[in-house]
Design a binder for this molecule. Structure first.
Ligand SMILES: C[S@@+](CC[C@H](N)C(=O)[O-])C[C@H]1O[C@@H](n2cnc3c(N)ncnc32)[C@H](O)[C@@H]1O
Length: 419
């Protein structure tokens, strides 16, 4: 099995094999697995168990699977012998059969990071054949792992109340708080009022605004507000204006930390030429442009029309930045054909990763360094393996706890030509 365990579809089907949902058994919990579970075995089969920690003895209840399935999914519904790292979840909505937003509320924060580091190392071993050694670092100032989520999507139930999805379900759980959302998200009153016309409500807490804004969805594009995000790394700062529904790094310290990493690890020099792939509203393009200066050049590629419109505004004072609306895969091909000089590449693809063809084309441009941002270590490990096949290896790898309490982890790999 590669990468993350994907839960099965819950469409009704005519599978004649008996479902095992609800079956209980006692189990000794083994290693952590990608996706917020730990592994155990039952009747010769692998079972991925949520709400457990390695080393514990628990009572498992199967939540998904049938006789004959290669693996089953389950919840630890009773803890018989707890791990020393177990804590009482700070959130009353976390736990078996409850909100699906967090995976590790029942673990000490430092141990969550150890679990995520184990997952990153395992993905690299399994998918790239590489032994890497990483610690998952807290983002600056994040001592508690709560109140960090600046973008939260609440689901709206049939009564118009806002809530969160039950794990593995379309059922909406009413909540009166979400501990990982920022206080300003909750202070909008999103959870206290009714949203009769909406299916979801996005709440966006941008750093350059006096408070968070609510955006009921669906809504006409013209009614979606724009917000300002400020990024300050100490030696570089900028403001970005973007649609409240556009992509922006979710943890309040993420954008500045990532830009610092790009500037430190890539050390862009005046006159150099850089690519910002999957550019969003222009975060890395602007940071690169300020470093390569007017004698350098930055080409930013992004496929989403709304992000491009916002990026145009954010990058308007920089003639050295060219902004191209295209799919990265398609946009790279003519650059390779024309042998466009490329010194540096930043790429920040969606969860699925960049893929073989993009990696191959980046390598064909021959940059001296590549900074790859990944929110899925499995996708990163696969792409690192492709990069090795075309002559690039890892110079450094960092893992950052940009999504505490959840199983997600942000990795930044800097790649350089293999000598
Ligand atoms: C993880 S976000 C990164 C945005 C930006 N680097 C930032 O930090 O704000 C990924 C971006 O890739 C864009 N995207 C997704 N698939 C793409 C593709 N095939 N080609 C170009 N852009 C794509 C999305 O619209 C999104 O803006």
């Amino acid at each position: 099995m590669s990468g993350q365990v994907h839960e099965r579809s819950h469409e009704p089907n005519d599978d004649p094999r008996p479902p095992l949902v609800g079956t209980q058994f006692e189990a000794q919990i083994g290693k952590v697995a990608h996706g917020g579970h730990c592994v155990t075995r039952h009747d010769g089969r692998v079972v991925f168990v949520r709400h457990a920690l390695p080393g514990e003895t628990v009572r498992v209840q199967i939540t998904d699977g049938r006789a004959g399935d290669r693996f089953l999914l389950g919840d630890a519904v009773e803890v018989l012998d707890p791990s020393e790292h177990r804590v009482v979840p700070a959130c009353q909505f976390a736990g078996p059969g409850r909100c699906g937003g967090c995976d590790w509320q029942h673990s000490e924060l430092t141990y969550q990071r150890e679990l995520k580091a184990a997952v990153v190392m395992e993905q690299f071993k399994r998918l790239a054949g590489l032994d890497v050694d990483v610690d998952v670092e807290a983002l600056p100032g994040d001592d508690t792992g709560i109140r960090w989520r600046t973008r939260t999507e609440f689901a709206i139930d049939t009564s118009g109340a806002a809530g969160l999805y039950r794990h593995h379900s379309h059922e909406i759980i009413p909540v009166h708080d979400c501990l990982i959302a920022t206080e300003r998200v909750i202070a909008t009153g999103v959870l206290d009022r009714r949203w009769p016309m909406a299916t979801t409500v996005d709440v966006v807490d941008a750093s350059g605004e006096p408070g968070a804004v609510t955006v009921p969805v669906p809504s006409r594009a013209s009614t979606v507000p724009h917000v300002t995000e400020r990024v300050d790394t100490g030696d570089w700062s900028a403001e970005f204006r973007l649609s409240a529904r556009a992509f922006w790094q979710v943890h309040p310290q993420a954008a500045a930390t990532f830009v610092t990493q790009v500037r430190r690890e890539l050390a862009p020099q005046p006159g150099e030429r850089a690519l910002d792939l999957y550019a969003g509203v222009g975060l890395f393009a602007l940071a690169l442009a300020d470093a390569v200066g007017p004698t350098g050049a930055v080409l930013a590629i992004e496929s989403d029309a709304r992000a491009i419109a916002d990026a145009k505004g954010n990058l308007r004072l920089h003639p050295e930045i060219e902004l191209r609306r295209d799919k990265v895969n398609r946009a790279l091909k003519p650059l390779v054909r024309q042998r466009i000089r490329t010194d540096l590449v930043v790429l920040d693809p969606p969860r699925t990763g960049a893929g073989k063809s993009v990696v191959k084309n980046i390598a064909a441009l021959g940059p001296r360094a590549i900074a790859y941002f990944a929110c899925d270590p499995a996708a990163l490990a696969r792409d690192v393996a492709y990069a090795r096949d075309v002559g690039y290896g890892i110079r450094s790898l960092r893992a950052l706890d940009a999504f505490p309490m959840t199983h997600h982890v942000e990795c930044i790999a800097v790649l350089e030509p293999l000598t």
